[in-house]
Design a protein. Structure first.
Ligand SMILES: *Cc1c(COP(=O)(O)O)cnc(C)c1O
Ligand code: SF4
Length: 408
């Protein structure tokens, strides 16, 4: 028997190669000692943040990228950790890591519907650095710094401070608000990236939050496990363990971001009993493809990370070139539900422009809903009916006067 190569075969091979775990490699940093390379402070200090540095590592920059890098400091700073920069395939102008991280002059084009604060966070901020949009939970902005900057960042008005927003979190005031607002049972630490704080500062902040009796649940939203896996030290994990129930939401967009170093860091967090979720942003040329998305979410499960959200890219200023349509997003979701592990399937959401919060969007599986039945279709397109009584009681209950048939 022999197999003829066909499309399915090709897809399977592609999926397999996307899912394999590889180390990040050293690139031009091959003579750096193991100790330095694995030190998160060394990684931060040696971030690539100027056009000249970028050109050394990626010689074939396009004119759009060169112009973008020149202007980055007036919009959203460029900074890429050596670990993450090495994931860029320098040969590939369309490399999905490159598209997320390299500034591009296309960012200076602002579509009429784009905004500086697309999710209306500033309008829901009772004290600086706190967003209280939902009844029982708050978003706590810890810092305006990240280990590296994503070009589509929804908070690019403040992160990296290139636009002069001059974000100054006042932890005391933020904590005071939570303390006097008993409705807040859930605090989400974000920014910027809370894991940039050193262990002592982070422990202090978490201790303050845990001292508030009505704070039941704490989670940290962080891209550091991907950008800077060296930060996930055993000491950090031991410290975080003291603050359970503590969850971490990471942010991975492409399977190649899940390297062996990242897998090991995530494993340390999971071993510390921290449930891990992932939030991806749907990005054109990065993950707007069912095979890539499937590889990403399956690979995340192998790292004990549960894919939680797939975000439609926010209408942030200068992001048109990275945005893909909701129609495409729905097509991708259609290829996931039923086709792979339920745990792997994220919720696709649009953060409603102007400040409506996360709105779930999904392919339509309900074909009609009449008085006596709901007509549904499954992942293969097969149609089924689920009968129901108009008032919601089950149809045709067994009347009480019918006796059980006698068994012979
Ligand atoms: C996403 C978000 C949250 C968390 O919402 P969940 O539904 O719990 O994931 C809280 N506050 C703000 C402002 C958010 O954007
Ligand atoms: S890590 Fe998060 S907050 Fe920081 S630049 Fe990327 S998307 Fe924005």
């Amino acid at each position: 028997m022999f197999l003829t190569p066909n499309r399915e075969n090709h897809k399977e091979r592609l999926l397999k190669s996307l899912k394999s775990f590889r180390p990040s490699g050293r690139g031009l940093w091959h003579d750096i000692s193991e100790k330095d390379w694995n030190n998160w402070r060394w990684q931060l200090k040696n971030r690539v943040s100027s056009l000249e540095q970028l050109q050394q590592h990626i010689p074939n920059l396009s004119q759009k990228e060169i112009d973008g890098a020149r202007l980055a400091d007036t919009k959203l700073a460029m900074a890429i950790t050596p670990h993450f920069l090495n994931l860029i395939d320098a040969e590939d102008l369309e490399c999905p890591i490159r598209r997320q991280m390299l500034p591009n002059i296309d960012e200076t084009y602002t579509a009429p519907w784009e905004l500086g604060d697309p999710c209306g966070e500033d309008g829901h901020s009772p004290v600086p650095g706190l967003v209280h949009r939902y009844p029982d939970r708050v978003l706590f902005l810890v810092t305006d710094r990240c280990a590296a900057y994503c070009r589509y960042c929804t908070r690019s008005r403040l992160v990296s401070n290139a636009l002069g927003y001059d974000f100054r979190p006042n932890y005391k005031e933020q904590i005071e608000y939570i303390r006097r607002t008993p409705a807040v049972r859930d605090v989400l630490l974000s920014g910027g990236d809370a894991l940039l704080l050193n262990d002592t500062k982070l422990r202090h902040l978490l201790t303050e939050l845990r001292s508030i009796p009505h704070v039941e649940f704490i989670r940290i939203g962080s891209r550091i496990p991907l950008f800077l896996p060296q930060r996930i030290t055993p000491e950090l994990c031991t410290m975080l363990k003291e603050f359970h129930p503590l969850f971490i939401s990471v942010h991975a967009n492409h399977p190649r971001e899940l390297t062996t170093e990242v897998r090991d860091g995530l494993s340390r967090l999971a071993d510390a009993g921290i449930p891990l979720g992932n939030q991806s942003v749907l990005l054109k040329g990065v993950n707007d493809d069912p095979t890539v998305m499937k590889a990403l979410i399956q690979k995340l499960l192998m790292c004990r990370v549960r894919p939680l959200y797939l975000y439609q890219c926010d209408l942030i200023n200068g992001s048109s070139h990275l945005r893909t349509s909701v129609r495409r997003g729905l097509e991708i979701m259609e290829q996931l539900r039923g086709h792979t592990t339920g745990y792997a399937v994220p919720q696709y959401v649009i953060d409603a422009p102007g400040g409506g919060g996360k709105v779930p969007v999904a392919p339509n599986y309900v074909l009609s809903h009449n008085a006596d039945r709901v007509v549904i279709r499954n992942f293969e397109g097969k149609v089924f009916e689920y009968p129901e009584a108009p008032d919601g009681t089950p149809l045709h209950p067994r009347p009480a006067y019918i006796e059980e048939p006698e068994l012979v």
